[in-house]
Unconditional design. Structure first.
Length: 604
């Protein structure tokens, strides 16, 4: 990549070839194989999974912008692929005037009447283009162009074509209340990314893009310490048998938590649809966990039973009973009924038995419906606690016996304090998501299309595994320290420009009259360090009157037991005004008594 003839634009073709040949997981899988050979990962341990949202690399469009921009995108492709045909098939001058600049909501008409009229124009142009590429004499491959096919889909999803009162063809925009709109998992959101989808999580998070699922190994602190001590003892015994004479039982660090699976889906795919695929891929790599920790979005009783048969215990809260009695925490929910599977009957708390037992299929899954007699329910004094219907008797929907027993036992177990303490291990995966966000920016898609976004996330996970498996917690330093800032004061050594890693220190910064004072927050007592700022940097800071100087480098000079002296250098005028901020700084390496820890970040 340092060759003068290399151009970074060829990387796009390189990524396309990887995807075309199905090799996007090659680097990630090879690294996992190496870690498995080194004993860093293995089957039968504990692993945890979580998901987070990913924002696509395209702008957000409303329905009107989507319709117009889809026509514009198709025209751009047709103009490049078949310019002569396009000039003879449509009025290029009129369309160039209408679709020359990109369709932007800020430039569209303000009144609703004019916007509705413009929406009809966009629909007429889309219909005209879709018919033009399919008329006899047109090149047949034009209709197969991705932009043209996306235009056809947008036309179907956004408009209705009807016959008016005079027998003329009328095109109008779909209305959600009367015409309906396509479901979210197939609704297009951009003509430039056919896989990006709108999705929501709760009432606050609403995004356009994808979703990534990360799975990593995990161990409780006690287990990790015991495992490290066992490895140390085994190594000491091996050295003693070899006659080295130094089998002193040195301590071996616990294995790091490594990412074992990465999976990116469309934003509308629920987490429960990803669970089986995660466990299947782990099984194919020989890394199926003995315990799999997940949040409540991943499990179902069917998945719990299937994973248990394969040797994996899913430690996850099952979805609660959604009956009205359970939601209100009053009355008789399903757990209040006794089920006799041999007699095929259910008994209510009042002692009445069900009159009907009907095996059915609901949502593609087997189930059993047990119905009580109306005569029993009408005369029951506990009717109000059992059902709110005055005409229909109580109906129970049960899963088959094996699944019902697993469901009942799991819901009872997750109410115990022992299970809750055990489930706390899952929370650590949130730190992995945060580390991936800080170091690789996984929540921002760099490319368009699900295949390339998956490739990006696989490379990001590979980079995190390299960092985590490195003993120092950071990748090796480059031999080239990079250009020094002209405003920096001279120091005794070259800067260490490693990216932020694990084990960072938190420093509080406040503005002084001529300097900055840092209070180091660590396990020891509070220590104050003086920060000397060069004249040029201070003049620039005074001009902008900031509270902090962001994206700066901090020079650290350690002189024996004396407090460290930090020197700020401001390479840019990217300044912020909050009165206090947190600075994360790498701890200098042990082999450098006097060193510079660069690449410090100042964040609000």
């Amino acid at each position: 990549m340092t060759d003068p003839g290399f151009d970074f634009s060829v990387l796009a073709k390189f990524r396309a070839r990887l995807i075309e040949h199905g090799m996007e997981r090659l680097v990630f899988d090879r690294l996992l194989e190496h870690c498995r050979a080194e004993g860093l990962v293995a089957a039968g341990g504990k692993q945890r999974s979580d998901s987070t949202h990913v924002i696509s690399a395209v702008r957000d469009l409303n329905r009107l912008e989507l319709a117009g921009e889809s026509v514009r995108a198709a025209l751009e492709v047709l103009a490049a692929a078949a310019p002569e045909w396009l000039a003879g098939a449509v009025d290029v001058a009129e369309l160039a005037h209408r679709y020359g600049p990109r369709v932007d909501g800020w430039k569209l008409p303000a009144s609703k009447t004019e916007r509705d009229r413009l929406a009809v124009v966009f629909g007429q142009d889309a219909l005209m283009l879709c018919r033009a590429v399919r008329v006899p004499g047109a090149p047949p491959w034009l209709a197969e162009l991705p932009a043209v096919e996306l235009l056809r889909q947008v036309l179907v999803q956004t408009y209705c074509i009807e016959t008016g009162a005079r027998g003329r063809e009328v095109i109008r925009k779909r209305e959600a209340e009367t015409d309906g709109v396509p479901p979210g998992h197939i609704r297009l959101a951009s003509p430039y990314d056919a896989d990006a989808r709108w999705a929501a999580k709760g009432e606050e998070l609403f995004w356009l893009g994808y979703k990534i699922h990360l799975t990593e190994t995990c161990n409780t602190p006690a287990e990790a310490e015991a495992e490290a001590e066992a490895e140390a003892e085994a190594e000491a015994e091996a050295e003693a048998e070899a006659g080295n004479g130094n089998g002193n039982g040195k301590r071996v660090a616990a294995p790091p938590n490594l990412i074992t699976d990465v999976h990116t889906t469309k934003a509308t795919v629920p987490d429960v649809k990803a669970t089986a695929g995660i466990q299947q891929r782990l099984d194919e790599r020989g890394l199926r966990p003995g315990e799999h920790y997940l949040d409540s979005g991943y499990p179902s009783v069917d998945l719990l039973a299937a994973a248990g048969r394969d040797g994996t215990a899913m430690v996850t809260p099952l979805p609660a009973d959604n009956s009205p009695q359970s939601k209100a925490a009053a009355g008789f929910d399903k757990s209040a009924f006794r089920v006799d599977w041999k007699a095929r009957q259910a008994t209510c708390p009042a002692g009445r038995t069900s009159a009907g037992w009907y095996p059915v299929t609901q949502h593609g899954r087997p189930a059993i419906v047990a119905q009580f007699a109306s005569t029993d329910c009408r005369a029951c004094p506990s009717r109000t606690q059992c059902t709110s219907s005055r005409k229909v008797s109580r109906i129970l929907t049960l899963r088959p016996k094996e699944l019902h027993e697993i469901q009942t036992a799991s819901r009872a177990e997750q109410k115990t304090q022992t299970w809750r303490d055990k489930y706390k291990l899952r929370a650590g995966v949130e730190g992995t998501v945060n580390q991936a966000l800080d170091m690789t920016g996984i929540r921002r898609a760099r490319y368009r299309g699900l295949a390339k976004v998956r490739l990006q996330h696989l490379f990001s996970a590979t980079a995190l595994n390299v960092i985590r498996s490195t003993p120092t917690g950071a990748p090796p330093r480059s031999a080239d320290p990079g250009p020094a800032d002209s405003n920096a004061l001279p120091t005794c050594s070259q800067p260490d420009r490693r990216p932020l890693g694990i084990g960072q220190r938190s420093l509080q910064v406040r503005k002084g009259a001529r300097n900055l004072v840092l209070k180091e927050a660590g396990e020891a007592a509070q220590v104050q360090h003086e920060v000397f700022v060069s004249d040029a940097a201070m003049a620039r800071a005074t001009a902008y009157n900031p509270s902090v100087i962001t994206e700066s480098h901090i020079d650290v000079v350690r002189d024996g037991p004396e407090p460290a002296r930090y020197t700020f250098s401001a390479p840019s005028a990217h300044l912020r005004r909050p009165p206090r901020t947190a600075v994360r700084l790498l701890r200098p390496t042990a082999e450098h008594g006097s060193s510079r820890a660069g690449n410090a970040l100042a964040k609000n």
